[in-house]
Write a protein that binds this ligand. Structure first.
Ligand code: LRH
Ligand code: MN
Ligand code: MN
Length: 387
């Protein structure tokens, strides 16, 4: 039996990168609702990310999206973040909001447009050099809407060449992570629709190119934890974009739609070494908070990951392996469900307090008056992209 005390050294290592865009106003194509206290600048988004880390001890880095988070002085931004105890994390490129890319960016038939898209990634790598970021995350909105519209095969070839040019430019400690998504905004075919395509493309590049798994980017019913297991087995799981969904790419709070799925994913992350000391798997959130308050939304999210990770760490591996090998189907299932059903909230609260953190970060934030202060001070927060 594993006790709570046994799992705290691993829990202590748990670090979840938060996305800058989670703090901006977002919505659907029907309406973006403004939320009081929304950041008006990149600095204010970073300050909010630092607040999430202060209350939870779980979010030591913030991911940026270029050009949503463009600034003139990256060294100053880096210092600004570090002064508040967080690092600038993954740099996300954006080739999905420019008219030139209507028919493709890295896959476009026109070499000039392809080069423009490659140059944008070079600019992102320059940013990474200044911010000290390790990862360049690429999600491509490329594909076609109608059968016959595009040469799917030719687009894979061009994608491969474009990615090679970008990869070549990375520094020795930098990585490229390629995110897949099965549909949207293209509705017929998508150029990187699944983990297999991402795997094929990054494998052709080299060791420092990996797959990014966004939990919201799969067809309903997909066994995501199997994909996690396979990519870890292959040494190709670079990062997660955590969120949850009911229908499409909803970007809801991770663990909200299906905590059991999050538990199953964390079981495979642990099984595959993804929480080991030398693990290079980056755990990130990719969410937006359309109607709820943003800082409390992010606090809830990182706590959900922590809670399901704790339950997954409590899984009695030895007993499980024994039951599996003995062919004891129901015993194995019960051992698995016992871990999922363990209420770890009181243990987590006590452990947080022992580390100088609030026992209940969400309640502590609500009681702190911080939100009211932001709402009074920040007038006119802007829409910061969508996700
Ligand atoms: C695409 C995506 C990708 C983008 C983010 C804003 O749906 O998941 O990661 O960078 O949303
Ligand atoms: Mn994503
Ligand atoms: Mn998404």
């Amino acid at each position: 039996m594993t006790s709570f005390a046994d799992i705290t050294p691993t829990l202590e290592r748990l670090a979840i990168e938060v996305p800058s865009w989670a703090y901006g106003n977002s919505g659907t194509r029907f309406k973006v609702f403004g939320t009081p206290g929304t950041p008006r600048s990149v600095e204010e988004k970073i300050a909010d990310a630092a607040t999430v880390n202060r209350f939870t001890g779980l979010a030591p880095a913030v991911a940026l999206h270029i050009p949503w988070d463009l600034v003139d002085d990256w060294a100053a931004l880096r210092r600004y973040a570090e002064d508040q105890g967080i690092a600038l994390g993954t740099i996300n490129s954006n080739t999905f909001q420019d008219d030139d890319y209507k028919l493709g960016a890295l896959t476009h038939t026109d070499p000039k447009i392809r080069q423009k898209a490659i140059d944008h990634h070079f600019e992102c790598i320059d940013v990474m050099d200044a911010t000290g970021s390790r990862d360049l995350k690429i999600w491509l909105a490329e594909g076609s809407n109608y059968p016959g519209q595009a040469d799917m095969r030719g687009r894979q070839d061009r994608l491969s060449e474009s990615l090679a040019a970008i990869y070549e430019r990375l520094g020795e400690t930098q990585r490229l992570v390629l995110e897949y998504k099965f549909f949207e905004p293209a509705f017929y075919h998508t150029d990187v629709p699944d983990w297999g395509t991402s795997y094929v493309q990054v494998s052709a590049l080299g060791d420092r190119a990996k797959v990014c798994l966004d939990t919201g980017h799969h067809a309903p019913g997909t066994n995501i934890e199997f994909i996690v297991a396979q990519l870890l087995r292959l040494g190709k799981l670079g990062s997660f974009d955590f969120n949850s969904r009911f229908y499409a790419d909803d970007d809801l709070i991770v663990g909200a739609a299906d905590p059991f799925q999050l538990f199953r994913i964390m079981v495979e992350v642990i099984r595959g070494g993804g929480l080991d000391e030398d693990s290079e798997v980056a755990l990130m959130l990719d969410q937006c908070h359309n109607i709820e308050k943003k800082i409390p939304g992010q606090i809830r999210s990182v706590l959900n990951v922590q809670e399901m990770t704790a339950r997954a760490l409590l899984l009695d591996r030895e007993a499980l392996t024994g039951a599996q090998e003995a062919g004891e189907v129901l015993d194995a299932h019960e051992i698995f469900m016992d871990a999922f059903s363990t209420d770890v909230r009181a243990d987590l609260a006590a452990w947080r307090e022992s580390r100088g953190l609030p026992a209940h970060p969400a309640k502590a934030y609500a009681a702190s008056g911080h939100q009211e202060g932001l709402e009074a001070a920040r007038v006119g927060g802007t829409q910061v992209g969508w996700s």
